[in-house]
Design a binder for this molecule. Sequence first.
Ligand code: BJ8
Length: 423
Amino acid sequence: MADYREMWKELGMDVETHDQLCEVLPMAFTDVYLSQKNRPENMGYFDFVVSEIHGVRPAELVKAQKENGTKVFGTFCVYVPDEVIFAAGGIATGLCGGSQFWVPGGEKVLPTNTCPLIKASVGARLDGTCPFFKIADMYVGETTCDGKKKAWEILGEEVPMHIMDLPQMKRRKDYKAWSEEIVEFKEKVEEFTGNKVTEENLAASIKMINDKRRALERLYSARKNKNIPISGKDSLLISQIAFYDDPTRFTEMTNKICDELDKRVEEGVSVFESGTKRILLAGTPLAIPNWKIHNIVETSGGAVVCEEMCTGTRYFERPVDETQTTLEGQIDALAERYMGINCACFTPNNARIDDIIRLCKEYDVDGVIDVNLKFCNLYDTEGFLVERELKKAGIPVLGIETDYTDSDVQQLRTRVGAFIEML
Ligand code: BJ8
């Protein structure tokens, strides 16, 4: 990695502790990623972004702040409409933590039985070991799960925090409430950036983010083929980078790899042996660098062909309606699109089960692994209905619960291996 120590120091990071992360991450990446055979050539860009994850993009954000007075907004959930931020000349960046490295820092202030995603996110900020958490001028939280809601109160003491009140049901009045919440968010963003959101700049940012969604849709479509041209691990990496990268460049690079994948499909190239079992992962998100389950599946005779996750289909399916010409119409279109995401924080949430069954057909899936991050009660509880309905639909399913540690890897390997064998 190039030397970014000066920038990290300037950001007030704990550079010595951060060095330890810089030492282990490349090793993990080499083991999990670079050991794969026949990777698409255009993964080179995404490999580069990961190898410089705390350097190259943070440096761009700092430059935009210093040279143009750009405001950076850190977000934690796929319900937060990035379009509003970009329309006002801001930059949105994902902040969810996916490494065990940050968990102990979170545990200093949070109950141990909090999900690792929340503990890692809080730890990354309090320990000063992630540049993105230091760079963000404002954090945008939401009222999804209880753990996050309380975490905002702790993080809000560190950084200006705006919280979006997400409804938990999907009645007409809830859609209306979410529209109003987006209007309030728009006003907050306008005040913070000093820029107005107009029909024109919002239309442009809706198109920009839709283009990103369409590129991801293309990537996922390639995985529907009998010959799978890209591993689940590589696809996951692209999905994870989508949360951080410059959206226009990301779209361009994703379309570029999709051109290569189309060619592979035409030529019948697969990265898996024929007959490899096709697995869909459903459940809680896999924030970077959480590659654990994909790695286990793909080194146990399976191929991950789809993720019904926020680092997956929940992030990109269904673009925002681009035909609206008034600000009001555009905001309603945003509310409509975002309320269409099916997170377990909603009740009832049958549409998520319908989604999983639909995706199983679209991706010609042999079996589903329902993944739950330890202590996420929402997805854990919903797992009962998900697994029951999948069984009813004749789709084999394995429910697993895990965290960011390596302590359960052997045990998971045995269970996942046995599941794949039985398919
Ligand atoms: S839309 S999944 S990104 S809330 S895993 S922190 S729910 S205790 S991340 Fe999420 Fe938005 Fe839903 Fe997606 Fe809480 Fe569960 Fe942890 Fe979670």
